[in-house]
Design a protein around this ligand. Structure first.
Ligand code: 6LW
Length: 511
């Protein structure tokens, strides 16, 4: 072994690099800093934004879309709102381009400080989803996928004005849904990376190249360059690999981020599509090769960039800061006046909009389930309530698919802890137990097959109320583009209720 070999960073890394519902990753580099964005659908704020120095350890630094004027989410649910974004940096400015399928389609926001606020949107004429930008010699090109193919045009990224006709440049290799296009230039070739096959088990990444930006593009004879659809990955715990973006590090190495999911109970997945990382090398014919054989693994035993210490995630969210951290989101355009902080507690006001309402915004603050085995605990007190008011903890996929553990106000002035399952047309009350006092702790534990629900009134002696199969709220059964959120919520049976719930803390940890 030579010393130079030993000095390489061989510690490898663990996939996914951003666990939980973080689909459609796009990445850019500025110096030694990488920035990454994901799609966000009906959630507000929108487009989570991450920073890393090594592509492995990511810290969420905020969201790109933080104002309702940038992110109108009327009626958006799991198939609506914000689809795949792209992040690019050019000449001192960051651009984030994406689609709001519940509003006016494709738009761009920009900023010079990604940790600050982003601009108001400019809207684009070229349709389709998954828009991406490519900058060269003072020009800016847009690619997206109207009409089941990849189209290119030149635009002004600050005004959105389209400067050339949209031109079809590639249809992919015949897989359904050619999408997620990105353009790159390397050694005189324009490379067009796309995904095909749909975002389920048949997902794959393909690539074509041309000497001129508007084609003709020639398909890589070795396509697809990444897929888990074949025999060599049929037992891989990662499935549905696709929707990728390439980036070159400052040491010259190339990397790919992509989405995939982890089936956990039968062929069901619950955590949504997550963000994975793979090394890329270029072969002798100048085509990219992804992790050797076009598959990826949970444990990646490959040389990496010099690894930075991960930013420690705390188990406990207390509410002493008087604001929620970047991991917390709301459903659609939330009403800030219903979320207040007093003496270190989060106070959620109950409104008649409940978790089944698919148009308005319930009082809800949720964070992603990031681990298949996890536990989450909160403590709450429901106050000034009348019969029908409730507040609690929800395991939430979307409106017709959630399991709720909550405190309910009864007619007789008492309160009960209730476990309820909402599954499509069915709503089932599994258990209802009258409480001796008003302060209660609610806990959910997850494993690959089920969620279990527990409560306590002394902060420690938890009793199980019920256990439910996880598969019914999975993507395969319930549907949707998102993943499980663990949420605190409050709702009311009446228009005039003064009820609110005070949450003391929210603990989340891997088990
Ligand atoms: C996204 C498309 C896709 O826009 O699913 O997996 C859509 N890829 O590219 C929603 O995430």
């Amino acid at each position: 072994l030579s010393l130079s070999c030993l000095s390489q960073n061989k510690q490898g890394y663990q996939n996914p690099v951003i666990p939980g519902f973080h689909p459609d990753p796009s990445v850019c580099r500025v110096g030694d800093d990488f920035y990454l964005v994901n799609s966000s659908f009906q959630y507000f704020p929108g487009v989570p934004l991450f920073h890393s120095k090594d592509l492995i350890h990511w810290e969420q630094i905020g969201h790109c879309l933080t104002r309702p004027s940038q992110l109108p989410l009327h009626d958006a649910t799991t198939w609506g709102g914000i689809y795949a974004p792209t992040i690019r940096y050019n000449d001192g400015t960051f651009y984030m381009i994406t689609t709001n399928v519940s509003d006016k389609g494709n738009f761009i926001v920009h900023t010079t400080n990604p940790r600050g606020e982003w601009s108001e949107p400019v809207w684009l004429k070229q349709g389709g989803i998954d828009p991406s930008l490519y900058f060269e010699n003072g020009k800016c090109y847009l690619v997206s996928n109207p009409d089941a193919g990849i189209f290119l045009c030149e635009i002004n990224p600050k005004t959105g004005e389209q400067l050339s006709e949209s031109k079809r440049i590639w249809n992919g290799t015949g897989g359904r849904h050619p999408e997620g296009p990105h353009l790159y230039k390397k050694d005189g070739w324009y490379y067009l990376l796309i995904s095909e096959g749909g975002t389920e088990y048949g997902h794959k990444v393909t690539i074509a190249r041309s000497r001129t930006i508007d084609g003709p593009y020639d398909s890589n004879p070795a396509n697809p360059i990444l897929t888990h659809i074949n025999k060599n990955a049929q037992n891989n715990p990662i499935q549905g690999t696709g929707h990728a973006d390439l980036v070159q590090a400052s040491d010259g190495s190339w990397w790919m981020v992509c989405l995939a999911f982890r089936p956990q109970t039968g062929s069901h997945h619950l955590l949504g599509r997550e963000t994975f990382l793979a090394p890329v090398r270029w072969d002798e014919n100048a085509w990219p090769v992804i992790n050797g054989d076009g598959t990826i693994a949970l444990q990646m035993d490959v040389p990496t960039l010099p690894q930075q210490p991960p930013v420690e995630k705390t188990v406990r969210t207390d509410f002493k800061d008087g604001k929620l951290g970047t991991e917390w989101v709301h459903i659609r355009n939330y009403h800030p006046e219903n979320y207040t902080f007093s003496s270190g507690k989060l106070r959620l006001k109950a409104t008649p909009v409940n978790l089944d309402n698919s148009k308005e915004s319930p009082t809800f603050a949720g964070r992603r389930q990031e681990h298949i085995n996890f536990t989450a605990t909160t403590s709450l007190q429901l106050q000034k309530a009348t019969a029908g008011d409730e507040a609690g903890l929800t395991v939430y996929m979307f409106e017709p698919a959630h399991y709720d553990l909550f405190v309910k106000q009864l007619e007789n002035g008492k309160q009960a802890v209730v476990l309820r399952y909402r599954l499509g047309e069915m709503t089932h009350i599994e258990k209802e137990i009258t409480l001796p006092k008003n302060e209660v702790q609610l806990r959910v534990k997850g494993n690959k097959d089920s969620y279990s629900f527990e409560y306590a009134t002394d902060g420690k002696s938890f009793k199980e109320l019920g256990r439910m199969n996880a598969c019914y709220i999975s993507t395969e059964t319930a549907g949707g583009f998102t993943g499980i959120m663990l949420g605190m919520y409050a709702s009311s049976g009446s228009n005039i209720s003064k009820a609110y719930a005070e949450f003391g803390y929210f603990d989340y940890s891997e088990l």
